[in-house]
Design a protein around this ligand. Sequence first.
Ligand code: 4AD
Length: 466
Amino acid sequence: GRVWTQVGSLTDQLKDRSVLVRGRAQAIRAVGKKIAFLVVRERGCTVQCVLTAAPDLVSPQMVKYATGVNRESFVDVEGVVSVPGVPIKGATQQVEIQVRKLYCVNSAGNTLPINIEDASRSEVEIEKALEAGEQLVRVNQDTRLNFRFLDLRTAANQGIFRVQCQVENIFRQFLLNEEFVGIHTPKLIAGSSEGGSAVFRLDYKGTPACLAQSPQLHKQMAICGDFGRVFEIGPVFRAEDSFTHRHLCEFTGLDVEMEIKEHYAEVMDIVDRLFIAMFDSLNEKCQKELEAIGKQYPFKPLKYLRKTLRLTFQEGIQMLKEAGVEVDPLGDLNTESEKTLGRLVAERYGTDFYILHRYPLAVRPFYTMPCEDDPAYSNSFDVFIRGEEIISGAQRVHIPEFLAQRAEACGIDVTTISTYIDSFRFGAPPHGGFGVGLERVVMLFCALNNIRKTSLFPRDPQRIAP
Ligand code: 4AD
């Protein structure tokens, strides 16, 4: 076979070498009848290919043919790498290909619903272009999502989903090193796993059932199965009513459950080391991707400490109080106060990432362990990036009688979770864990404004297609 070069690996080291690349024709521009520029894109990287009508290059017919190629068509280009003296605008690679052969592998339709170049521009670039009187279509989010397979071709989106893959990868690698076992819990379950109304109900061969709102109950039962430490990466279903920038009806949950020897701080220690390893790795291994994302959606790098800040809920509401925000000491924080606290923490401690723990018991799920010294509070925590929640976690109640009592107190029909409660009757260890929203981690690491940007094919209260 022939030797193929990836567009992303075209550098000046290949100067004067003959290369063969395959990609999509992103833009085609003719200069007179003798020259045409063709920008070829592969996986978010672009290279400018120059067709010049000359005896040892290409024929005038070939130049004409190139200008007729529809945008986004799949093309093969063969030619010699050259290095122009001036920076190349409109391409990621700073070399050109002097074309010898051009072949259209598969032509694209000529009415594209999304122009990839327009869809790749930042807000600032769009404003400037409009001011300069350029013909430009601002691509709105619904159009992007309706034609997501096209939208995914932008350099920023190519970066986002590679970053997401690395988050998942580090999560797995780190936990495997810490002797956690990867598991898969059922997504078809008999009753709701988190309580509340946000559950998709379905018919399971004549029996009412649900789509799992989390692996919560089964990951705890796996602890009762003597695995000691488990994790899961899998889909989570929430029948959310509210249409917000951070709620999906299906997202990817990164879940952890582990035995606790003495204190729920052992769970927070895992969060701490896991996320520092993750952020370090993203900054080190995903530089190119983060740069591509930042070019379209500029953001400040995440600030985080080598040892993650832990504040108690009471300390948190004290900080809010000093800033003039009153919060019920036995209630929950709302989105607004979480954001405010995030800002205050960033100012005082210089971090965008922190843990808030010892939440009031009343605002946590029934399976949460109350604090030994004050049962109005609980051995639980939330973790925030830039003032928005990415994780919630806790120590669990492992005493079956108490668990049943807590479930009843929270208005849950105990008969629907009897197998879960029974699993704690035959020697259950103290344990705890947490759940991470994958799409939220990527969204907030890159300070993106909408979770739909970090979900490949988002499912929200108004969208189940494509
Ligand atoms: O806070 P949640 O509901 O907690 C649980 O599911 C517990 N079982 C976790 C545990 O082990 N104690 O969900 C966990 C995380 C949230 O912090 C958030 O990042 C994300 O999942 N999340 C959502 N992400 C996208 N869309 C939604 N509708 C989400 N709901 C929660």
